[in-house]
Design a protein around this ligand. Structure first.
Ligand code: HPA
Ligand code: ZN
Length: 342
């Protein structure tokens, strides 16, 4: 398949997104509208000025802006609108299933009730997804720069919403906050029957990825790109089939890699690791799902077969039930089977 045809196929391909932070999907226009409605001063005069601040040097420089921005979210309606806006935008990229993160502690610490946050998001995921002809679910992300006891409080709050979540994850400032600090709360989440994922090996070393797998017993690793520095770990990931939710534009925007050409996605994929492509915090990092696929296709010279493999990996790595997985597999197969991949 020639490059223009492959890029057109990438745009049209049905996609599964597994790593996207709802608060990180707030476009400046909605962020300003919510700020005005709620009387929150976000410290930037115009949307253009805010976009101008999207120049990051590392993860922390992004997190500072992410936490500042999410202060505009105050009511159930705000969380509902944020979630619906993401779903609509994702659907334009032919996302047919999305598993998205929220960071409850970033809201409950500001005095926002867990229920207002949760109900706004959960209702939008259900109704919005149905209207748009897609499916979606929510992962509650612990904050690793806060004490493990805070994560336990989130786990307890989540007991009140029962099985309406897909599972738990963990994000925030990675360096100096290893997965091993959260072994007990992840064990408790698993004991309660939840699936678990964890950001590891984004800025942190490969040893953090090994900790997430061995100590937290995660079902997927979020990012995990620095695994490439440890060949034995890469072999283990390939053999065990633990998926990585890789976010290429994020990794370049946060200077994990200076250029997309330096990104290890293709090496990991060709080593047999179950790599997936995702958008992380799309407005902040310059693109949604299609843009992420196009960026790695161009920089790493991925073939049509490799693009199909990345999309198929996400179907297999998702937390859907058997019937939905079968439907997603069939949809992806029907899309590609009519196209010659050579
Ligand atoms: N890494 C860690 N925490 C985050 C991220 C990320 O990329 N996005 C939102 N919270
Ligand atoms: Zn992330």
């Amino acid at each position: 398949m020639n490059t223009p045809r492959l890029d057109a196929a990438i745009a049209a391909m049905p996609k599964v997104e597994l790593h996207m932070h709802l608060e990180g999907a707030l476009e400046p226009e909605l962020l300003f509208a919510l700020a005005a409605r709620n009387g929150v001063d976000i410290g930037y005069a115009t949307e253009a000025e805010l976009r101008g601040a999207y120049a990051f040097t590392d993860l922390q420089s992004f997190l500072d802006l992410y936490y500042a921005g999410l202060r505009v979210l105050r009511t159930e309606r705000d969380f509902h609108e944020m979630t619906l806006a993401y779903l609509r935008r994702a659907r334009q990229d032919n996302v047919v299933h999305a598993e998205v993160f929220v960071s409850p502690q970033a809201h409950t610490r500001r005095g926002i009730p867990f229920e207002a946050m949760f109900e706004g998001i959960a209702a939008a995921l259900d109704e919005g997804a149905r209207e748009l002809g897609m499916t979606a679910g929510l992962i509650l992300g612990f904050q690793r720069h806060l004490p493990e006891e805070d994560a336990f409080a989130t786990l307890r709050a989540a007991e009140r919403v029962g099985d309406r979540i897909l599972g738990f994850g963990m994000g925030g400032a990675e360096l100096g906050n290893p997965p091993s600090n959260f072994t007990r709360v992840f064990a408790a989440a698993r004991a309660a029957g939840h699936r678990v994922v964890c950001h590891a090996g984004e800025e942190g070393p490969p040893a953090y990825v090994a900790e997430a797998v061995d100590l937290l017993k995660v079902d997927r690793v979020d990012h995990g790109v620095r695994s490439i520095e440890d060949p034995a770990l890469v072999r283990r990931l390939a053999e065990s089939g633990v998926p990585l939710t890789v976010c290429p534009l994020s990794n370049v925007a946060l200077r994990v890699y200076d250029r997309m050409e330096d990104h290890p996605l293709a090496l990991l994929l060709r080593a047999g690791v179950k790599v997936t492509v995702n958008s992380d915090d799309p407005p902040y990092f310059g693109g949604y799902m299609t843009a992420n696929f196009l960026a790695v296709r161009a920089a790493l010279a991925l073939s049509g077969a490799e693009i199909r493999q990345l999309a198929a990996n996400a179907v297999e790595a998702s937390f859907v039930d058997a019937a939905r997985r079968a439907a997603l597999r069939a949809e992806l197969a029907a899309f590609w089977d009519g196209r010659a991949l050579a």
